[in-house]
Design a protein around this ligand. Structure first.
Ligand code: KIV
Length: 302
């Protein structure tokens, strides 16, 4: 268990823009890092106004926004559009979070060059501050390459959805001593490759805690217990925007799917009954103009 003292986050975060040293400072001071996914301008702005430290434009957008069954199909171009929108929204807040773009499947795996070009597009075209890549092994070289091009990289270990088939499905990772030791070794390698932070997904709390204590860089957990340096949740899970059930590690802070269906149902009823729109929703025309219009209609036999 971590022996680092934990200090509560300041009630009013400092204005400005979150930068990498701020995150390192939060780890050093034991102030947990709050990260959430966002995929468009309104979600980017709301996350920023709520005081999150990091927005991740996750490739989970493939499932939450685009309706795919996995993260694999989303393209680099689609991710760039979503990232640019989230960045614009986030920049409207008094304190703009760090925006990290998730590098989609096959945007970085083929070669260092592909990885640098794709990461560069996120920075130049979408205004991202950093990118995230999944895995260790061959990914380590990509982390070094992207970092070497001057673009900060976040790592991601544990359940890495882009390799879910190899991992035997969407299952918790690091649940045997050997697998847990491998995770610790991989985490250190990701740090040494130059990553500035590491997401740990679906890993036992004890293992995530052991990794967190051994790394200089902050760890951000999702389904990884309470001993990481920060937490991340997916926007749609956190706000209850999905119609189905959520994974066990999700806390739903709202039920916006239900609220949306209820509101839309009232709208449909009002349209059908002509209760909407009312006079206050309607533009006026002066009486003399209306009279002239009607005379015009009659004169033109329209
Ligand atoms: O794509 C995503 O949303 C993610 C988070 C779950 C960390 O990678």
């Amino acid at each position: 268990m971590s022996t680092r003292p934990r200090r509560p986050a300041p009630a009013t975060p400092a204005p400005g823009k979150v930068a990498l040293p701020d995150l390192a400072g939060q780890k050093a001071e034991g102030v947990p890092i709050a990260m959430v996914t966002a995929y468009d301008a309104p979600s980017g702005q709301a996350a920023a106004e709520a005081g999150v430290d990091i927005i991740l434009v996750g490739d989970s957008a493939a499932m939450t926004v685009l309706g795919h069954d996995s993260t694999m199909p989303i393209t680099l171009d689609e991710m760039i559009v979503l990232t640019a929108a989230a960045t614009r929204g986030a920049s409207r807040a008094e304190r703009a979070p760090l925006v990290i773009a998730d590098m989609p499947f096959m945007s970085f795996q083929p070669s260092d060059r592909d990885a640098i070009v794709a990461a560069g597009r996120f920075v130049k075209e979408a205004g991202a501050d950093a990118v995230k890549v999944e895995g260790a092994g061959p990914t380590l070289e990509r982390i070094r390459a992207i970092g070497g091009a001057g673009i900060p990289v976040m790592g991601h270990l544990g359940l890495t959805p882009q390799s879910a088939t190899q991992l035997g499905g969407f299952k918790a990772q690091g649940r045997t001593a050997d697998a847990a030791l491998q995770l610790v070794e991989d985490a250190i390698l990701v740090q040494e490759a130059g990553a500035f932070a590491l997401v740990l997904e679906c890993v036992p709390a004890e293992i995530a805690g052991a990794i967190t204590e051994r790394l200089r860089i902050p760890t951000i957990g999702i389904g990884a217990g309470n001993r990481t340096d920060g937490q991340v949740l997916v926007w749609h899970d956190l706000l209850g925007l999905g119609a189905g059930s959520s994974p066990r590690f999700v806390e739903r802070y709202a039920d916006l799917h239900r609220a949306s269906v209820d509101a839309l149902g009232r709208y449909v009823a009002d349209v059908r009954s002509r209760a909407f729109p009312e006079a206050r929703h309607t533009y006026a025309i002066a009486d003399d103009e209306l009279a002239a219009f009607q005379a015009g209609l009659a004169a033109a036999a329209l």
